[in-house]
Design a protein around this ligand. Sequence first.
Ligand code: SAM
Ligand code: SF4
Length: 351
Amino acid sequence: MRVSLPTLGPTPPPATPGQRLAGDLRDTHGRVITDLRLSVTDRCNFRCIYCLEPDVRFLPKQELLHREEYLRIITACRNLGVRTLRLTGGEPTLYPELDDLIADIGRLELDDVAMTTNGWALDADRARDWRRAGLRRLTFSLDTLREDRMREITRSRTTVAAVLKAVASAREAGFPRPKVNMVVMRGTNDDEVADFASLARQEDLDIRFIEFMPLDSAREWGRQVVFTADETRAAIESRWPLEPLDEPNPHSTSVNWRFADDAPGKLGFIAPVSRPFCGACNRLRITAEGKIRPCLFSHDEWDLKPLLRRNEPMARLEHFLIDAAWNKQPGHGIGQDGFQQPERSMSAIGG
Ligand code: SAM
Ligand code: SF4
C-alpha cells in the first residue's frame, strides 16, 4: 500500500497541542465541533429506497475532490480540535483512492477513525490493511435479513449473506465490534426488528436501529412511515427485556441497551425524528465535492473547493471552516412549521 503525504499547501502542524486550543470550531449556540463526517464519493452501487432513486445523476468526476484535498480538509479540522472522523458517502468503498486515503489519515493521529459501508467491496485482506493503517471501526448498513426484501430495499444485486460475510470478514481482520445500522420503516421492515435483536444475541453484534429521516432523494418521506425508536424497542422488549447501558459520551446519537438476561450483543436506538438530539450535536459534514454542511438538514453550504483549487494556505482553510461552523443551525426542525427537506439526499451529503 502506498503511503503519501499531502502535496498541497504547507506541511501541517504537528498533532501535539500547543498552537491552538481544541474547540476552535464553535457555533453561536455554544456547541463545539469535534467530529467530522467526510463523504469521499457521491457514487453508490445500491439504490436504497430511503436514500437514492434509481435514475440518480452523480456529479461529474472533476467536481469531486482529490485525495490530497480530502487530507487537507481533515488536517485543517484536526488543527481546529476535531478528534473523530467518519468516512462515508455514497459508498466509500467505491472511492478509488480509499486505501491510500485511510493510510494518510492514519498519520494524523486522530482519536477515532470510522467508516460506514454497505459491505459490497470488503474482504478480510482489505479490511486488515485498513485496520493496520489506523481505521478503528466499521459500520455496515443492513435493513433486512430476508433475501427477497434485500433486493427490494437496496434495488441492487447484493445479498444479505454477502453483507453478513463482510461483517464476519471485518471481525476476522481485527475490528472487534463491527456495527450494523438498520433503517426501520413502517410497513417495509418493521416486522424484522426482533430478528435483528436475535442476530445481535447470536453473533454478539452491535445493532443500531435508525429512524427514517426526510433525506430520501425521491422525497417520499412521511411521518407515518417513521417507525419510532420507542416502537422498535417495545417490539424487541416483548421478546427480550432490555436494560440501559451507562455510557459516558454525551454526543452519542444512539441510546444503547443490553439484554437483561446477559446475552451477548448491544442494541442502540437513534431517534432523530421522535427525540431530536441537536442540542448536543458536535458534528460537521463535508460532501465529496467539498461543501461544508454544518447540519444534515442545512440549506446553506460553504464551498471549500475554490480555496483548495487555489491552493490557499492552511490558515485560510481553517478560517473558512471556523466561519461555517459558527453558522450551524440550532436544530433540524423536522415536524415544525416551515420545515423543508434539503435538496440533497443522504447519499449526496454523507450519512
Ligand atoms: N453507503 C454507505 C452505507 O449505506 O452504509 C454509507 C453512506 S449511507 C448514506 C450512511 C447511512 O445513512 C447508512 O447507514 C444508511 O442506512 C443511512 N441512511 C441513508 N438514508 C437515510 C434516511 N433517509 N434516513 C435514515 N438513515 C439513512
Ligand atoms: Fe447507497 Fe448507502 Fe444510500 Fe444505500 S444508504 S443508496 S448503500 S449511499
